[in-house]
Every structure is written in structure tokens, then in C-alpha cells.
Write a protein that binds this ligand. Structure first.
Ligand SMILES: *[C@@H]1O[C@H](CO)[C@@H](O)[C@H](O)[C@H]1NC(C)=O
Ligand SMILES: *[C@@H]1O[C@H](CO)[C@@H](O)[C@H](O)[C@H]1NC(C)=O
Ligand SMILES: *[C@@H]1O[C@H](CO)[C@@H](O)[C@H](O)[C@H]1NC(C)=O
Ligand SMILES: *[C@@H]1O[C@H](CO)[C@@H](O)[C@H](O)[C@H]1NC(C)=O
Ligand SMILES: *[C@@H]1O[C@H](CO)[C@@H](O)[C@H](O)[C@H]1NC(C)=O
Ligand SMILES: *[C@@H]1O[C@H](CO)[C@@H](O)[C@H](O)[C@H]1NC(C)=O
Length: 423
């Protein structure tokens, strides 16, 4: 089960109509019974059975008539096992199954899929990697219903915060949504900016639907700062673990807020560049381990959410670590990709960062939904950018092609949002 507190409330309203099973309308098994009775019993019994059947059908129709929302919900969510639904099933426990109806969009027709992630356009020849769908063991993730979602987003503001993995999810969502927009020119970046790796803010407005999908680059979520005076020579900059990033005030008045961090919490990006942790004033915490720093930063993030975000309005998500598929050989590392998802996660379904995120969120007093994507990504050594980025000389076993895995993250986000009234 997902570790969440009141996970499905939107504008304070409760969930509705999804955790119970489908109403039973008489169907084919009863026909078998009917035939047997016809052969072996008298005509009178047949009449009794017909009456009984009519009664049951009338009851079933009456039920759907009285509870139209329930029947809509069931249509929207497809056929689910009687005792299961998206609301009660763990959508992150499952496997990838082939589905040739994917991908959901063409990256070359989406101006917001950055060139570096559009693997087909960059020369990848096999396209099998596009035809997989994540299937939870005990339910189905509803397919991205673009028209319903576009309507649901009217007047809203979706904000992604984090590193380039968040940028990918932001791009994916815009591409998914654009498939339902007729006038593509009505979708634009609010400052006319192009997507680049360092840019701190990108906001795409869907003019005809009056909503924006925004991305804030904040790779650590907490505030980087200059080297304090009198600190050792190896210190070039610090990460202030007790201060959230200074752009965080921009994230507050949103309807959906999706965070990630993790890819930048390593020695290469921190200590080897002279970056060390700081909590409060100097001195710099030279000996603090990366996981301890991560935990401290997440605690800062958690108390920021609890005090600054109105979770009656804002639905908050945190995505766990996205596994990469580098293979280390001595001092070199290779990006050996497969053509299909692998069947073993080889330990990549676990990450200390993902565990810390779960622990911190469990302790929070407001609802936050964890998008536990670590395990599902662990199978997808076929879905990274690999050699098919815009810079041919650089291989990339960390980022994902678009279309691809991040589309599934978005389908999962909307499977949660669609459970709510008013969406
Ligand atoms: C639903 O029913 C199936 C088969 O009867 C059973 O294996 C499964 O554990 C049940 N799931 C829940 C959540 O009760
Ligand atoms: C995607 O769109 C481009 C440009 O319209 C087209 O050339 C290409 O064949 C399409 N690719 C797929 C896989 O449909
Ligand atoms: C657009 O959405 C905002 C809320 O974000 C709302 O105040 C405004 O009235 C909406 N405009 C139109 C034209 O619907
Ligand atoms: C959120 O909703 C709860 C219950 O409806 C209410 O008690 C609380 O004051 C609300 N908080 C804000 C910030 O509006
Ligand atoms: C990965 O590829 C490199 C070079 O292409 C090769 O030398 C190496 O053995 C491969 N490693 C694995 C684990 O397959
Ligand atoms: C959760 O809260 C408990 C009690 O306040 C505290 O002891 C524990 O360290 C917290 N855990 C995390 C991961 O913040």
C-alpha cells in the first residue's frame, strides 16, 4: 500500500466512488444456468428464473441510474478486479507489458520535447522501447485521457521542481497534453525562452485552456551559497541545508506541485567541485555524509511544505530516485543498453535516497504522494538516451528518451488527480 495521509483530497473534498467494486449485472454465467434448467426442469421453473433475471437486470440498471458517478468511474477506469481499484492498489508494484498502442505522442511533432531526448530523431533505429506500458499487479493505470485532463486543468497551475529529470517529466506532460490541442500555436513558453540545461524557469501556457505547466530548476531544492570566510581552501561553495532554494516562493500558489532531487547528490557534483554542507552559520560541515545531508535537506523541504503550502489547494507529489544503467568497468563506465526491458532489477529498484524520501514523507503532517518510480525504472535499461542524444560523442545512461518512461510517471500522476472531484 502507498504510504500516504489522506492521499486523494483535492480542495478538501473527499474521494468518491472508487474503492468499492463494480455493481453486479447478470451476465453470461447465468445464461449457462438458464440453459441447464430448460433441459432438466419444467416450464414453470423457467418462468420463475426469467422473472428473477428481469428483477436482477432491473436492479442493476436502477443501481447505475441512482449512482451515475459510480458507473462513470467504472467506465473511466476500465475493468478492474472486483476487490481492487486504482485507489487501493499499489500502482508501483507491477511489470512492463508490451502495448503497441504506445507511444502516446510523436516527439518530432512536439516542440517541447527537447532535441537531446528525442532518440528516434537522433538516429535510434529500433522503436520497440516505445511500446511498453506499466501494469500494476492488481489494477490498471487509466490511459491518459487528454480531453478530460485538459478540461480538468482549466484555470490551474502545475509546477515541477527539481533537476533535469523533472524537466523531462515537464516536457513529457506538455507533449501528452498537446495531442489534445488543435491550435498548437496557442501553447507557448511565457517568456519566449528555449529549453536549455541551465535555465531556472520555463513556463508553458495552454492559452485555450487557461493553465500553465511550469518547471523550476532547483537540483538540490535547498539553497547553494558562496564559500564562507575563513573556511578551508578546498571549500568553494556550500549547500545551505536549512534553507529552501530562494526561488521556492514561486512554487507556492500552485494546484499540483511535483518535486524531485537526487541526481546531483554525489561526490562528483559536490565534494569534487568544492561543494560542502552548511547548517546554520559557519563552520562548514566538512565531514557530513551525503545521505545525512540529503536527509537534512528533505527535512527542510518537509517543514517548508507544512508551513508554506496550502495543501487544501495544492496536491503535492515527490518522485523518488530515477535509476540509471551505467555499467562500471574499472575506472571507465559504459552505457550498454538493451532492446527490451530487463527482467531483473539487479538491485537498481532500491536507492538510499528513495528510502529517505519515504521516511521523511511518512512523518509529515500534510498529505504528500510519493511517486515511487525507482523500481519501474530499474527494468528499463532499453529506454535511456544512450548514444541517441543531440551530442553524439556523449553517451547517456541516466536520462530517458521522449516519448518514454516519463510519460508513465505522468499517467500515474493523473491517475491520482482523476480520483478527485472537480477534476
Ligand atoms: C483480490 O482478489 C484476489 C483473488 O480473489 C486476491 O488474490 C487478492 O489478494 C485480492 N486483493 C485484495 C486487495 O483484497
Ligand atoms: C513523427 O513525425 C515526423 C514529422 O511529422 C514524421 O516524419 C515521423 O515519421 C513520425 N514518426 C512516427 C514514429 O510516427
Ligand atoms: C483563468 O484562470 C484564472 C485562475 O488561474 C482565473 O482567475 C481566470 O478567471 C481564468 N480566466 C478565464 C478567461 O477563464
Ligand atoms: C484546510 O481545510 C481544513 C479542513 O477543511 C481546515 O480546517 C483548514 O483551516 C484549511 N487550511 C487552510 C490553510 O485553508
Ligand atoms: C559494455 O560495452 C563495452 C564496450 O562496448 C564492453 O567492453 C563491455 O564488456 C560491456 N559490458 C557489459 C557489462 O556488457
Ligand atoms: C520522524 O519523527 C520522529 C518523531 O518525531 C523522529 O524521531 C524521527 O527521526 C523522524 N524521522 C525522520 C526520517 O524524519
Amino acid at each position: 500500500m502507498m504510504k500516504m495521509v489522506n492521499p486523494f483530497s483535492w480542495n478538501g473534498s473527499g474521494r468518491r466512488g472508487l474503492s468499492f467494486g463494480s455493481p453486479r449485472v447478470p451476465n453470461s454465467p447465468r445464461v449457462g444456468f438458464y440453459r441447464k434448467s430448460l433441459v432438466s426442469r419444467s416450464f414453470e421453473i423457467l418462468i420463475v428464473i426469467c422473472l428473477l433475471l428481469s428483477f436482477l437486470i432491473a436492479m442493476g440498471c436502477g443501481y447505475i441510474y441512482v449512482f451515475p458517478n459510480l458507473s462513470q468511474a467504472i467506465h473511466a477506469y476500465g475493468v478492474l478486479p472486483d476487490n481492487s481499484s486504482i485507489a487501493t492498489c499499489d500502482v508501483f508494484e507491477g511489470n512492463w507489458i508490451r502495448d503497441t498502442s504506445y507511444p502516446l505522442y510523436n516527439g518530432s511533432e512536439c516542440p517541447f520535447a527537447e532535441q537531446g531526448f528525442n532518440c528516434l530523431a537522433n538516429g535510434r533505429k529500433d522503436d520497440e522501447y516505445l511500446k511498453w506500458r506499466w501494469k500494476p499487479y492488481s489494477c490498471d493505470i487509466p490511459r491518459f485521457n487528454v480531453h478530460k485532463i485538459l478540461e480538468g486543468l482549466r484555470g490551474k497551475r502545475i509546477v515541477f521542481v527539481g533537476d533535469s529529470m523533472s524537466r523531462t517529466q515537464w516536457e513529457s506532460l506538455i507533449c501528452l497534453l498537446m495531442t489534445g490541442v488543435e491550435d498548437k500555436k496557442s501553447v507557448y513558453e511565457v517568456n519566449g525562452n528555449k529549453i536549455t540545461k541551465q535555465i531556472r524557469f520555463l513556463g508553458v501556457r495552454f492559452g485555450s485552456f487557461n493553465f500553465t505547466v511550469e518547471f523550476y530548476r532547483s537540483v538540490y531544492l535547498v539553497q547553494p551559497g558562496p564559500k564562507p570566510r575563513h573556511s578551508p581552501k578546498r571549500v568553494k561553495w556550500t549547500l545551505k541545508l536549512d534553507n529552501l532554494d530562494d526561488i521556492s516562493r514561486q512554487w507556492i500558489d500552485s494546484d499540483v506541485l511535483i518535486f524531485n532531487t537526487g541526481q546531483w547528490w554525489n561526490e562528483g557534483k559536490l565534494f569534487e567541485t568544492g561543494g560542502y554542507f552548511q547548517v546554520g552559520g559557519p563552520p562548514v560541515k566538512l565531514g557530513m555524509q551525503i545521505t545525512t545531508g540529503f536527509r537534512t535537506a528533505l527535512a527542510t523541504w518537509a517543514s517548508w511544505v507544512e508551513t508554506m503550502v496550502n495543501t487544501n489547494r495544492t496536491k503535492v507529489f515527490f518522485r523518488t530516485f530515477e535509476p540509471s544503467h551505467w555499467s562500471d568497468q574499472g575506472r571507465r563506465r559504459f552505457c550498454n543498453m538493451t532492446q527490451e526491458p530487463i527482467s531483473e532489477t539487479k538491485g537498481k529498484d532500491q536507492s538510499p535516497f528513495s528510502d529517505i524520501i519515504s521516511e521523511v514523507v511518512k512523518n509529515m503532517t500534510v498529505p504528500v504522494t510519493i511517486l515511487r518510480v525507482t523500481r519501474m525504472g530499474a527494468f528499463r535499461s532499453d529506454a535511456h538516451v544512450g548514444r541517441w542524444s543531440d551530442a553524439r560523442s556523449v553517451v547517456d545512461c541516466s536520462h530517458w528518451c521522449l516519448p518514454g518512461v516519463p510519460d508513465m510517471w505522468n499517467e500515474i500522476v493523473f491517475s491520482y488527480l482523476l480520483l478527485n472531484d472537480g477534476f
